[in-house]
Design a protein around this ligand. Structure first.
Ligand code: GDD
Ligand code: MG
Length: 375
């Protein structure tokens, strides 16, 4: 097969298409106001981590498959491009195209000369894209999927392989008992241009449900197993987990010599301009965004706080995600699994039990003692 991929000084003409649309239902309400790809991981948008990995892999050209709103928000972030050429391919207005439709929509931008890389925009993966490409070429595949081993495959696409790494069955989100293996679709693919013939135009298409099973039947779908770090940040606990994992990785650890009378329990990560008051204990595993202000006698651990939030005296935050510009009053308790949308205000003395989510801009003056979503 002539694939026309040129590699020069470690650079490759392999194009990458990143899926950044859709709705992140399980990360609501924070995903109401930003695509999952813009969630901050150690204070850097996930998309920026992805761009950096692409550049490291010698990739120079990226197409972002976006909704109208996602495009605006991504542009506002001004993510450093590091030499990447970025183009946008929009879904239909107010009509999401799923995971396959945006690939078909980007056909002209991708071109028909050579295989291309597709990434789900909500995964953090330490993966060598060139290795998948090698498997793809060797097997003369039409599509090659990066596969990862997980304990519970039921939330993912699951693949069953032959000895030659051909995927003989692909099932999207099977009930746990019916999952044929624990090898899941990591949301990273190399696709050959022939794939465009398999995706209907102008409508929502699930590549996992409508295209992959068909390719498996035709014997043109292959898998490439990798063991390195992989997380889909689509759920609150996973979002906290990737922050914890990266905090643990010593390469990123930097001791925090801040002028604070509070106590810092490493590992933590602070963006610019974080203020911490007297007697407060911050960490372990606290990630504080730009301009976050912490009062006196505050306890905060295992949590991610987005930029410009204020947490006032004697409050406790444990295992929560706090949105941008949130203001938390005094003596507030926020427990595990809580998610506070952007611009939320919590008044003094309020307690939020485990797994309470609060919609953007809501003011809360009374405790919420059961898991629920406050609209
Ligand atoms: N442009 C665009 N338009 N992108 C979309 C749309 C859409 O309508 N719908 C979803 N996406 C993007 C999401 O932003 C995400 O980056 C990716 O497509 C996958 O969608 P999810 O909604 O996150 O799917 P999932 O996590 O339930 O399952 C997918 O990912 C798993 C791995 O994380 C599937 O590909 C599974 O097979 C896979 O195991
Ligand atoms: Mg996902």
């Amino acid at each position: 097969m002539n694939i026309n991929l040129q590699v020069k000084n470690g650079e490759t003409s392999l194009k990458a298409l990143i899926l950044v649309g859709g709705f992140g239902t399980r990360l609501r309400p924070l995903s109401c106001t930003r695509p999952k790809a813009l969630f901050p991981i150690l204070n850097k948008p996930l998309l920026q981590w992805t761009f950096e990995r692409l550049v490291k892999n010698g990739i120079r050209e990226v197409i972002l498959a976006v909704s109208h709103q996602a495009e605006i928000l991504i542009k506002q972030q001004k993510i450093p491009k590091n030499g990447l050429k970025i183009t946008y391919s929009r879904d239909l207005f107010k009509k999401p195209l799923g995971t396959g439709g945006p690939i078909k929509k980007a056909e002209k931008l991708v071109g028909r000369d050579s295989p291309f890389l597709v990434l789900n925009g909500d995964i953090f993966a330490d993966i060598d894209y060139k290795e998948i490409l090698k498997t793809h070429e060797k097997k003369k595949a039409l599509a090659t999927i990066a596969l990862h081993n997980v304990k519970d495959p039921s939330r993912y696409g699951v693949a069953e392989l032959t000895k030659e790494n051909r995927i003989k069955t692909f099932v999207e989100k099977p009930p746990r008992k019916l999952a044929p293996t624990n090898l899941i679709n990591a949301g990273v693919y190399i696709l050959s241009p022939k794939i465009f013939e398999y995706i209907p135009q102008g409508r929502k298409v699930s590549i996992e449900r409508e295209v992959f099973p068909k390719l498996a039947e035709e014997g043109r779908l292959y898998g490439h197993i990798f063991d390195d770090l992989w997380i889909d940040i689509g759920e609150p606990e996973e979002f906290l987990e990737i922050n914890r994992t990266l905090l643990n990785s010593t390469a990123l650890l930097q001791k925090h010599k801040m002028r604070t009378r509070g106590k810092i329990e490493e590992p933590v990560a602070f963006d610019k301009n974080v203020l911490i008051g007297e007697e407060s204990v911050v960490g372990p595993y606290a990630v504080l965004g730009r301009n976050v202000t912490i009062g006196n006698n505050v306890y905060i651990k295992d949590s991610v706080v987005f930029p410009n939030a204020v947490i006032s005296d004697f409050s406790i935050v444990n295992g929560a995600i706090i949105g941008e510009n949130v203001v938390i009053g005094k003596k507030v308790k926020i427990n595990r699994g809580c998610i506070l949308g952007d611009n939320v205000k919590i008044e003094d003395n309020v307690t939020l039990a485990n797994r309470v989510s609060i919609c953007p801009a809501k003011e809360v003056s009374e405790s919420v003692l059961k898991p629920k979503c406050v609209i």
